[in-house]
Design a protein around this ligand. Sequence first.
Ligand code: NAD
Length: 497
Amino acid sequence: METYKMFIGGKWVESSENQVLKVLNPSTGLPVASVQSASRDDVRKAINAARNSFASGIWSRATPGDRSNVLLKVAELIEKNQDKFIKVETENSGKSIKQISGYDIPYTIDNIRFLAGACRTLEGKAMNEYVADGTSAIRREPIGAIGIITPWNYPLMMVVWRAFPALAMGNSVVVKPASYTPLTTLMLADIMKEAGVPDGVFNVITGPGSSVGEEMAKSEKLDMIAFTGSTEVGKRLSVLAASNLKKVSLELGGKAPFIVFKDANIDAAVESAIVGGLVNNGQDCANSTRYYIQEEVFDKFVSLLKNRIQKLRIGDPMDPATDMGPLISETQRERVEGYIEKGIQEGGKLLSGGERPEIPGHEKGYYINPALIYTENEDSAIVKEEIFGPVFTILKFKDYNDAISRSNDVTYGLGSSVWTSDITTAMRATRDLRFGTVWVNEHVVVPSEMPWAGYKESGHGASLSPYSLEEFTYIKHVYFDLTGKVRKDWYDQIFKG
Ligand code: NAD
């Protein structure tokens, strides 16, 4: 079993307090590796390494073209080593090798290539004289040393979504991956070095969020924190980050509605509901979780969905035939089971699933069968709260206003989708749904070129797209006097004589 070190200032180091943490395979419950648990001193060292590299200008003053070339090299090296990335990510996250090899890794490589190219295209608006004989221009500049804290659900991808726009714009970063899934982030550090990212620009430290993450959030030496994770922790981080009013960028939880009108293609909606609901074993912030189905097509949709779920293959994530693996941990499985129980107590009817399947050879894995619950209780916890597991909450609606107002009535606002063959209904819904993304006749698609951003308690800030690059910059106004006069005319408006 491999013991990974931390990557600080271009060197691999052990925890200064000799603390290590076990990393488990969720499909067996057995350890696959161990990682360091950073001490307070280690956190400080990593932050100092980022600050020093930023101040040196070696990366922050490099041209976008030079930074782009290095990041493109990173993409190339991940691609070259993708078999190892796929194996480690599958063992560590419990997601199916089908999803990781077909989607997670190739898509992450595409994200890097997009960001590497896009950082060369950012430019200021046209310089102009908004004051007579005075020229104004805009500069976009890197912020400095940035802490990046990532969740366990897309380990490598979430680091790329947050650290790569920051790096592309010339910042230096300290990354803390989730304790459940730190391995591919640590593997990435080797690749960054090989690609030519200067020492100190990309640092990785590992350890619990409650100590290492909090230390980063409250550090007065970090200029910004970019966090992807739960809304609860995002709120806590915002408070801690007030220590030096560092910039905070938050990508938080979701509770996506999936609205099916009676004129929709029901077969297509059901196929998409499987992907929307179960991608990443139901642990995706964009997962469709609340299925609002118009009453005329309700029975058809539910019966097709039930049949479709029964055909899924739940099993060993390393088996290419497997559609769904286990949840990330026993705690997560108990949380999901708790929600199913609560949904029933609060008036819901369990239509199928929700039990622990028996997977030979994987008896200690954190498996659960997808659950289908019908409820009329709009205030039930399964309707309002993020479950983060394979639970389909099915609800019935009467008309457009009923569907949209109930869909919007949650604290989250990340992804949403609407299913209809009527263009007016589709266009109205894209306007009326208060979510950062509205899909029409689709769910979950996020091209690298488009922003992934939240409304309300799903956070603020954007991943992907040129907006994510701007997120990691300060904006500066530069003004040039063109008069050359000792005393300009407008001074008379304030002080005469
Ligand atoms: P989490 O909030 O528990 O943990 C996220 C990260 O924060 C981890 O690295 C963790 O160690 C760290 N952390 C935990 N407590 C901390 C604290 N007190 N101070 C500082 N850091 C702390 O989230 P999770 O369980 O890893 O991930 C699931 C959540 O992430 C879900 O809510 C999901 O919706 C959300 N998510 C959102 C997006 C998005 O793009 N909006 C993407 C992926 C996941």
